[in-house]
Design a protein around this ligand. Structure first.
Ligand code: CMP
Length: 156
């Protein structure tokens, strides 16, 4: 058709890009071992952009609220104690399919089951002390970002 001839190929051939944001935490076991820079290098090497980042200590109430979907699980109390045991680095990551891309490079929750080359395979100590968290869906990402960042702190 005439219309396709008038549109350059680089526009016609491009699959639509899904620019997403996901929420990330570098957990206390990783900040204690000074691994923030190494983990950030893995993130940036995949093409994800760190568009917000802050090193903080959660209160118990913040940790309980963040992980409230797990409150009936046997590990909930242990998880809250661990996540308030030291500094965490909260981040917003942005990129194409950021949610799935970050979950891929994090690896399985249990580092014993994580693929080679993933953050958890390389750095995590155990299923509880597993170095990083990433949102598992667009709804979770929106909730988790909103719990930890004001819009003005996110600079894309
Ligand atoms: P995260 O991705 O932050 O989401 C929930 C967290 O609960 C998970 O990573 C683990 O750190 C933790 N978790 C999951 N299963 C267990 C378990 N069996 N024992 C202790 N902690 C767990």
């Amino acid at each position: 058709m005439a219309i396709s001839k008038s549109i350059p190929n680089f526009i016609m051939d491009r699959t639509p890009m899904t620019l997403e944001r996901t929420f990330s935490i570098i957990k206390p076991d990783a900040t204690a071992r000074n691994l923030t820079g190494k983990i950030n290098a893995v993130i940036e090497n995949t093409g994800l952009r760190i568009v917000a980042q802050k090193r903080i200590c959660w209160t118990r109430a913040q940790a309980e609220k963040f992980y409230e979907e797990h409150k009936e699980r046997s590990f909930y109390r242990e998880l809250v104690v661990f996540m308030t045991s030291g500094p965490i680095v909260c981040q917003v990551l942005e990129g194409e399919n950021a949610i799935m891309k970050y979950r891929d490079i994090m690896g399985a929750t249990n580092p014993a089951e994580a693929n080679a080359g993933t953050i958890r395979k390389d750095f995590a100590k155990s299923i509880g002390e597993n170095s990083v968290h990433g949102s598992d869906s667009p709804e979770s990402a929106e909730r988790e970002i909103g719990l930890n960042f004001d819009n003005s702190e996110i600079v894309g």
